[in-house]
Design a protein around this ligand. Structure first.
Ligand code: SAH
Length: 364
């Protein structure tokens, strides 16, 4: 099953929606603001600005609110730089991309309210539905490309069965300490293929010297089974296993399910960029947030609500709507127990990557 048919963040703008519960992604959007500001300065430096129009794409934008934070950061940075240089403000063209099943209605409602705040600026917003694992825009269109907390999603989960068709990752839904090495290898191979295709597609769409700002959920450790990279998936697998033991989910349904998500290390990210060859790395850093940080989540229930807002569509697809509330009640219980037992908090690691599109060499 391809991810494009089953991944979507919880729709609408109600309390449990992704728009209202993406506490972590909101924090990350604010941490990455200076990186976006510096990418704008680079465009001035490259003489890609001031120009008539600035074309920006946000890939995997969901339904808000973080895409609006990005738009605001970009407009304010360009305004301030144009003020300094005493030059005319360009027009802004924002392309907002996500999978076709995304809640574009909520996104467009939010974008019209946003545009009302910027009536003095010539700013246009367009939806760009489709998968970023392939072309989305015409050749040489984009000056700046941004994507936050999206590119760790794979186009599909790797096929994890042995030569007899039996499941390789029994009782788990992601790389775990008990998974055979072939599970980790298959996940890495899928990430390399997907991220390589992502870069190849963007390399066509970007103007030479344009900038890419990517923030992904990853890991600092070289060990893909380290707790930093799998704690949520371990707890969710435990909650599903519990439902199996109660006879509410068939064991085969759990054994055949693996999430289409990969938390890469900085070295793995660098390796794919280097091999693809169209971009130069300007920045590759990691930072972490402690799971349960009270400045981000008010309480444990809010953490569980955030996890539900980005995993529910997959659980619904694999296990059915009837078990969702019980499954997440169980998950919340397991999460609270896990947080209470911790001697030190789990780290949620993010990787920030800034790329410059290389100038295309004329063909020999
Ligand atoms: N950037 C937003 C949303 C992050 S959630 C924020 O910072 O809040 C991840 C988003 O990536 C989801 O909306 C999901 O639908 C989208 N996504 C996942 N795979 C995708 C793909 N192949 N193409 C486009 N969007 C994708």
């Amino acid at each position: 099953m391809e991810s494009k048919d089953m991944i979507f963040m919880k729709k609408g703008d109600g309390e449990s929606s992704y728009a209202q519960s993406s506490f972590l992604a909101q924090r990350i959007a604010s941490i990455s603001k200076p990186v976006v500001q510096s990418a704008i300065n680079s465009l001035f430096h490259e003489n890609l600005l001031p120009y008539k129009a600035l074309n920006v794409a946000d890939l995997g934008c969901s339904a808000g609110p973080n895409t609006f934070t990005l738009m605001e950061t970009i407009i304010e940075s360009v305004k301030s730089k144009c003020g300094e240089l005493n030059c005319q403000l360009p027009e802004f063209q924002f392309y907002l991309n996500d999978l076709p099943v995304n809640d574009f209605n909520t996104l467009f409602k939010g974008s019209s309210s946003f545009l009302e705040r910027y009536e003095d600026v010539s700013c246009f917003v367009m939806g760009a539905p489709g998968s970023f694992h392939g072309r989305l825009f015409p050749t040489d269109t984009l000056h700046l490309l941004h994507s936050s907390y999206s590119v760790h999603w794979l186009s599909k989960a790797p096929r994890l069965v042995d030569k007899d068709g039996l499941p390789l990752n029994k009782g788990k839904i992601y790389i775990s300490k008990t998974s055979p090495p072939s599970v980790k290898e298959a996940y890495l191979a899928q990430f390399q293929q997907d991220f390589g295709l992502f870069l190849r597609s963007r390399s066509q769409e970007m103007i030479p010297d344009g900038r890419v700002v990517l923030i992904v959920n990853g890991r600092q450790s070289s060990d893909a089974t380290s707790k930093e990279s799998n704690f949520n998936w371990e707890l969710l697998a435990e909650a599903i296993s519990h439902m199996v033991s109660l006879g509410l989910i068939a064991e085969e349904k759990l054994d055949s399910f693996n999430i289409p998500y990969y938390m890469a290390s900085p070295e793995e990210v660098k390796d794919v960029v280097d091999r693809e060859g169209s971009f130069a790395i300007e920045q590759l850093d990691t930072f972490y947030i402690e799971n349960g940080d009270r400045a981000i989540w008010d309480n444990e229930e809010k953490i569980a609500q955030s996890v539900r807002s980005f995993t529910e569509s997959m659980m619904l697809h694999q296990f059915g709507i009837e078990i969702l509330d019980k499954l997440y009640a169980n998950f919340t219980h397991i999460l609270i127990r896990d947080l209470a037992r911790q001697t030190e908090p789990n780290k949620i690691t993010s990787i920030i990557l800034v790329l410059r599109r290389n100038v295309r060499l004329p063909s020999p």
